[in-house]
Design a protein around this ligand. Structure first.
Ligand SMILES: [Zn+2]
Length: 350
């Protein structure tokens, strides 16, 4: 058994992208219902987090950009780009969304919890230092990473991003930084367009960005091969002091925005590999921040399975429906895993 903190706050439901937008409050509401109906909510600590301060957000984002979000909210709302909305409560929700990640780290480093899951929105991994995009306002895991460096002197952070979109914001912020090993598995080509396996970092960060640009219809077998053959051996060599997950659930086979073939139980498989890694190299210190994922049943079951692994249980909720409509998965992902391994082999012996 492990002690797991799950951060949620009703303020997250007030970030309003408008009718018909896939990044909607129901994502969290349905997930909470599943956490309660399975009894999982009683076996973890569900906590309302603190807000991040402006100074903490400034660890990543310049004040000029923070004010763009703040002013848009104060003016009654507006659009940062064609799909990234700021509503009157979005600025406050974004501070509390980042705050969950910061309080998660505080509680982990204080020994009050073993790991944490931030059931928060707005999400973060597309936000660059100076620009909100892809439904993301502040980059929660990037802010958490800088906070861990500043407050706890952490020098090696492993961020695993299993959202089906490339986390261009995290990559961009740490592209020249060896204190973050950023690994992303994502559908490619797809939004936001970045994340080829040739993108491996620059300068001091060379070799510390690792991308798996997987074809549509990639299934669990390829994801787990990437973990077992590349990601976990690589992370063992890096020996992170902290494991962060950019936990998006849009690689689920029912997701309306993406075309990957993961199941709810696939997330338990990936989470258990990361938990074992964290226990092996950094006393179990692990935190996940929610990113995307837009099929309500798919995301709720997948998150419950993730949190169950965090807590040391094995809930393994299964999906209803036929995986991928019965069309077979793409086999080409195997070649991409090998291409990624080759792309980083000049920097790592794996
Ligand atoms: Zn996504």
């Amino acid at each position: 058994m492990s002690r797991t903190a799950v951060f949620f706050d009703p303020l997250y439901l007030e970030h309003d992208n408008g009718f018909g937008h896939p990044e909607r409050p129901e994502r969290l509401e349905v997930t909470l219902q599943v956490l309660r109906s399975t009894g999982l909510a009683d076996r973890v600590s569900v906590l309302s987090p603190r807000d991040a301060t402006v100074e903490e957000i400034e660890l990543v984002h310049p004040g000029r950009y923070i004010n763009v979000v703040k002013d848009a909210a104060a003016a009654g709302g507006g659009w940062l780009d064609a799909d990234t909305h700021v509503s009157p409560r979005s600025y406050d929700a974004a501070l509390r969304s980042a705050g969950a990640a910061l309080e998660g780290l505080e509680r982990i480093f204080a020994g009050e919890t073993d790991n944490a899951f931030c059931l928060a929105r707005p999400p973060g991994h597309h936000a660059t230092a100076t620009r909100g995009m892809g439904f993301c306002l502040f980059n929660n895991n990037a802010v958490a990473s800088r906070f861990a460096m500043e407050k706890y002197g952490v020098e090696r952070i492993f961020i695993l991003d299993w959202d089906a979109h490339h986390g261009n914001g995290i990559q961009d912020i740490f592209y020249e930084d060896d204190r973050v090993l950023y690994v992303s598995l994502h559908q490619y080509p797809h939004y936001p367009g970045s994340g080829s396996y040739q993108e491996t970092g620059r300068g001091r960060g060379e070799g510390y960005t690792v991308n798996f640009p997987l074809p549509a219809r990639t299934g669990e077998d390829v994801y787990l091969a990437a973990f077992d053959e590349v990601i976990i051996p690589l992370a063992r060599k890096y020996r992170p002091q902290l494991v962060l997950i950019s936990a998006g659930y849009d690689a689920h086979f029912n997701d309306p925005l993406c075309s990957m073939l993961l199941k709810a139980t696939s997330y338990a498989e990936m989470a258990s590999r990361l938990k074992s890694l964290a226990e092996e190299v950094c006393e179990g210190r692990m935190m996940a921040a929610l990113e995307g994922g837009y099929d309500l049943d798919g995301i709720a079951r997948s998150i419950a399975n993730t949190i169950s692994v965090f807590a040391g249980e094995d809930l393994r909720l299964e999906d209803e429906g036929v995986l991928g409509g019965g069309v077979p998965p793409s086999a080409r992902g195997r070649d991409i895993v090998e291409a990624t391994r080759r792309a980083i082999s000049p920097f790592w012996e794996i």
